[in-house]
Design a protein around this ligand. Structure first.
Ligand SMILES: Nc1ncnc2c1ncn2[C@@H]1O[C@H](COP(=O)(O)OP(=O)(O)OP(=O)(O)O)[C@@H](O)[C@H]1O
Length: 261
């Protein structure tokens, strides 16, 4: 399997002096589903935002699909960013627009500025967007305003928009943090199945340890900006959990630990 993302000795020091990432190195291969866990402030969001240069790293290299994105600028950076789909905790939809228009926004990075502003999408893009909405159980909502949907449905639109971008990797920043447990399961199941089917890698920030264990092919555990663990979920034992969170498993809200389907 091809490596799609590589962090090589990456550090990030914010202007206030906080050392949010310390010499972080790891690789993600095509089709992998990798969760990043760790206590609040351990650097999970910083790591995710570094991937497509939403923040500039202080040291090291980030290689995305064989090119060093941490050195790229302008058009090259824009082209690289097309390979990275994003899923947000708060969905980041345009609520005044229809569900279909929101999904089509996934194609904006491939269009000229004028065509994008005027919403001149290709017919094949519209067909693909409708097919994706069908796959996600939202076809009947295609012409509703995004504002009318429930949280779980909004996140499904977020997934459709990200996949519409034809990415090599999806970055998901706490994708289920705003959802009830049932919608959260639906979203995790969809994220896993839709990315596996398309061989898209998934890098997911999670606060829910049980979810990370149930869904991931690999878990990266961060503590104070450093990688403490980078292995399969089966190897995440109680001692390691304590090392990552600085507290025992009993003191964490874990939830149920049944395997995901
Ligand atoms: N823009 C910023 N400027 C200065 N410091 C920042 C900035 N963003 C994050 N930090 C600091 O960097 C450290 C890591 O933050 P980060 O948000 O990456 O952690 P996190 O693991 O995602 O936390 P949480 O789980 O609470 O979202 C924290 O100490 C945070 O206060």
């Amino acid at each position: 399997m091809k490596t799609i993302l590589k962090f090589d000795g990456v550090s990030k020091i914010y202007s206030n002096g906080v050392h949010a990432l310390k010499n972080v190195s790891f690789e993600i291969k095509e089709g992998e589903f990798v969760s990043i866990i760790g206590p609040s402030g351990s650097g999970k969001s910083t790591l995710l935002r570094a991937v497509n240069q939403l923040i500039t790293i202080s040291e090291g290299k980030i290689i995305l699909d064989d090119e060093e994105i941490s050195k790229q600028k302008g058009k090259d950076l824009r082209n690289q960013r097309r390979k990275v789909g994003m899923i947000f905790q708060n969905y980041n939809l345009v609520y005044s627009l229809s569900v279909l228009q929101n999904v089509l926004h996934g194609r904006l990075g491939y269009m000229s500025g004028l065509n994008g502003i005027l919403g001149r999408y290709k017919e094949e893009d519209k067909i693909e967007a409708l097919n994706l909405l069908n796959e996600l159980g939202l076809k009947d909502f295609a012409y509703n305003r995004a504002a009318d949907l429930s949280g779980g449905q909004k996140q499904r639109v977020g997934i459709a928009r990200a996949i519409m971008q034809n990415p090599k990797i999806l970055l998901c920043d706490e994708p289920i943090a705003s959802l009830d447990p049932s919608s959260a399961k639906t979203i995790m199941d969809l994220l896993k199945s839709m990315t596996a089917k398309r061989n898209i890698a998934c890098l997911v920030n999670l606060h829910q340890l049980d979810v990370a264990v149930n869904y991931s092919t690999r878990i990266i555990g961060l503590s104070k900006g450093q990688i403490m663990f980078n292995d399969s979920p089966e190897n995440l034992n109680a001692a390691m959990i304590e090392k990552i969170y600085g507290t025992s498993r009993e003191n964490l809200m874990i939830g149920n630990t049944q395997n995901a389907s």
